[in-house]
Design a protein around this ligand. Sequence first.
Ligand code: AMP
Ligand code: ZN
Length: 479
Amino acid sequence: MNEIRFHNTLGGKVEAFVPQKPAEVRMYTCGPTVYDYAHIGNFRTFVFQDILRRFLKLRGFKMKHVMNLTDVDDRIIANAAAAGVSIRDYTEKFAQAFFDDCKTLSIEAPEHWIRATDHIDDMVKLIERLQKKSFTYPGEGSIYYRIAKFPQYGKLSNIDVTGIQAGARVDNDRYEKESARDFALWKAPKSGEHFWDTPIGKGRPGWHIECSAMAMKYLGETLDIHTGGIDLAFPHHENEIAQSEAATGKPFARYWMHSEHLLVEGEKMSKSLGNFYTLRDLFAKGYKPSALRFALASVPYRKQLNFTFDGLQQAASSVERLRNFAARLAQGKFPAGNQKGMAARIGEAAEEFDAGLSDDLNTARALAAAFDLLRETNIAMDKDDFRQGDVPAVQEFLANFNRIFAVMDDNDDERLRALGFGPKESGPADAEIEKLIADRQSARQRRDFAASDRIRKELADRGILIEDSKDGSVRWKRK
Ligand code: AMP
Ligand code: ZN
């Protein structure tokens, strides 16, 4: 087995991964802020974290993995107040949707799902510890962290702290990138908004203290891995380090792993650009959960992922190829015995699959190992060069593959139905129609007219009329 190597944002290098206890990994991931539905960018990060945990499990580690739901932050408190409901009532719908979305994308549940609102006491206690060590100062009912007293501030994100001015402070948790400023650990109540009455005063926690307090409560004062999207490195994770290490005097997390962002058609996703998608938006267009998971997982996490509908369609075809291959293996009747060299070839593919994932979770390399084996095996089957005795070893390779990528099981329709996306009365979704038309076009190019007629009939039976135009393109409409 290969040495596991991960890129550590702290230090900026790829390093051998060795957890504190030999067989256990203590990992914290910043979960979603449940003020809205999570979008596909968020799920890029959550799928990366899922692949990370699945890989560590496959390599025999017992996971102690905590993911929080940020259910207190400025936006949630303001939105709940505006809607005249409690924080729990406001966030519950989005928390539930998040759990459902994770299930739909085969994201495994961590050992602990926790909510910030259930841990206010732990946050207050941590702030008290920081108060005792003079890392804090009060201001207009809030409590701030004194960055100047923590000389290592900036070590994660390499932010320049020379410009820090005494008393320059910020109340907003999600501030812009240029400056490090004293941040609020505890925020004074605002009129009409929810607050907690605690020994350190009335108010609510800042976002950063939430994660420090919850991570250390469940995982101890030094974690093995802390992860999130790259936007969290500064200020969120930098502030978590400042809070935790000032309180304990120990390193807070040994490996910091951050995923790069997802872009849509090369642009930052934003509601105003009209390129903003939740999972449900894509399912409503007829795309399948397995295709989305594959598309999100296929780009190594430290590369930006450019999401396109073409890419999603290709991901769907890749999943189909994998499933067809598994079916061919299961159903095929091959001559008895073993093919010379096949066992070694499968072993080589398994080794390359592990080498790819061990290499800072290089999913593209791991996928290439699987698809190379698939292509070669399909060719061997076509030429009658494949033997029944080799079936179990290929199946075992696929089972291992699926422990990480989790796209082999044909459960998309069932999952979509569970989310309320039943088959539509109006017939198949546009994407499905376009896929069938493309299949028909390639059948025609192969001069396989039986197949092309079959597809035309299938479409007609499902209420879709197609019309071939002179220039070779195809138009379609619903009957
Ligand atoms: P939030 O709900 O904003 O706290 O974000 C949840 C997770 O999604 C965090 O780890 C973010 O870093 C991550 N994230 C946010 N936007 C993107 C994006 N466009 N691509 C990848 N990850 C993202
Ligand atoms: Zn966090």
